[in-house]
Ligand binder design. Structure first.
Ligand code: APR
Ligand code: ZN
Ligand code: ZN
Length: 361
């Protein structure tokens, strides 16, 4: 058995996405079918469409999503039909070397649904990040569903499934930002703005937002930045040092993913401080630093994969904080759109007009 639903598909490299009818199989063992309520538009979706991630077209796009479990397959016990869930791309296996060492947020063997969704002619689809949620319904591994409080807005909750979690987690999990710390965040798009919010939640005393776009700096201020630096107008390293008694920040979060901004992060950090790279570089980028500075400045240079999040631990907790009014996830939802407006949302994203456009279904 299977069912047909509408979905946004990228058929070939660089071509505009199209609205298609897709076939969603009934869930097999360990799988779940989720009725999607909301799904954010992320750079990674555009990246798939441009062929920047792989050549496995056609792609079923969308991965920052929340919805309601419609059906589960054999052996699924963690979620049940009717549960309101956020989809994640880290369904931990419990058995890989990271999981066995008690560090499941690094799980090296996360899994997706075993069956494939298809076009009506039988062509197999590649779901973005193993999710594919610009669709009325999608098939995932049950471990990709994390149950959260139903009272949360689906548009805001879904964003925790990717970019916003990456930013919050870069501050809380990877950077271990603590009470009284000084933090600088370089690049304040969806991910960086979330890092600002996470730093505020952690009790950082000074949060310096850095961007080249004043609109992003305004948003960062609304989310908790205590200072802003437009790096087109001033030198980032000097500015961060000036704002931290001449020393640099305890934690600098790089949320752009470029060598030049990484270098700024490296030098804008205090001795023995931490740099967190959450921006994703491209394969041709190279970084050169004096090795003596890497040694002499001490501290930690870390990468943050998906905010080093553990969905089962972090999603329900963050949703609770959101419902208590302590975590403004709504601020990331710049606009809500229909399923056939994803292509337009890509354009707005490209121009930096939005933190997130969210498709409501
Ligand atoms: N210095 C400071 N800020 C910059 C610079 C720069 N040289 N170049 C770009 N920016 C800012 C942009 O103005 C924008 O506000 O970085 C921000 C990037 O934000 P988005 O384009 O909205 O991207 P986002 O979704 O936040 O993702 C950021 O993390 O997950 C990765 O692949 C993603 O590498 C990307 C990064
Ligand atoms: Zn594992
Ligand atoms: Zn994403």
């Amino acid at each position: 058995m299977s069912q047909q639903v509408r979905a946004v598909v990228a058929r070939s490299k660089g071509a505009p996405v199209s609205l298609e009818t897709i076939v969603v199989p009934d869930p097999g063992p360990g799988e779940a079918v989720v009725r999607i309520e909301a799904c954010g538009v992320c750079h990674t979706d555009l990246h798939y469409r441009e062929g920047g991630i792989s050549d496995d077209f056609p792609f079923l796009l969308g991965h920052e999503a929340a919805g309601v479990v419609e059906a589960v397959g054999d052996g699924v016990t963690d979620v049940a039909p009717g549960d309101f869930v956020i989809l994640n791309w880290r369904a931990v296996c419990g058995q890989c070397r990271a999981c066995l060492r008690g560090r499941p947020w690094y799980c090296f063997a996360t899994h997706n649904a075993g069956q494939r969704m298809t076009l009506t002619d039988g062509t197999e689809l590649s779901p973005a990040l193993g999710i594919g949620a610009f669709a009325e319904k999608t098939l995932v591994a049950a471990g990709q569903c994390t149950k959260v409080d139903r009272r949360a807005s689906a548009a805001a909750a879904g964003l925790l499934g990717c970019g916003v979690m990456a930013g919050i987690g870069a501050a809380l999990n990877t950077g271990s930002v603590g009470r009284g710390d000084s933090v600088a965040v370089i690049g304040c798009g969806g991910v960086g703005a979330a890092a600002v919010l996470g730093s505020k939640l952690a009790g950082a005393a000074r949060i310096i937002a850095v961007d080249i776009d004043d609109r992003k700096l305004d948003t960062a201020r609304r989310l908790g930045a205590t200072h802003t630096v437009n790096s087109k107008e001033s030198d980032v390293v000097d500015a961060v040092r000036d704002l931290t008694g001449g020393f640099g920040a305890d934690v600098v979060i790089e949320a752009v993913g470029r060598p030049e901004t990484y270098r700024q992060a490296f030098y804008a950090r205090d001795l023995a401080g931490t740099v967190v790279l959450v921006g994703v570089p491209t394969p041709e980028m190279k970084l050169e630093l004096p090795l003596l500075d890497v040694f002499g400045r001490g501290g930690a240079l870390k990468s943050s994969w998906y905010g080093d999040c553990l969905p089962s631990r972090d999603f329900p907790m963050l949703i609770d904080l959101y419902l208590q009014g302590r975590l403004d996830l709504d601020a990331f939802v710049t606009e809500t759109i229909a399923l056939d407006e994803v292509e337009k949302a890509f354009e707005r994203m490209h121009h930096g007009d939005v933190l997130r456009s969210v498709v409501l279904l």
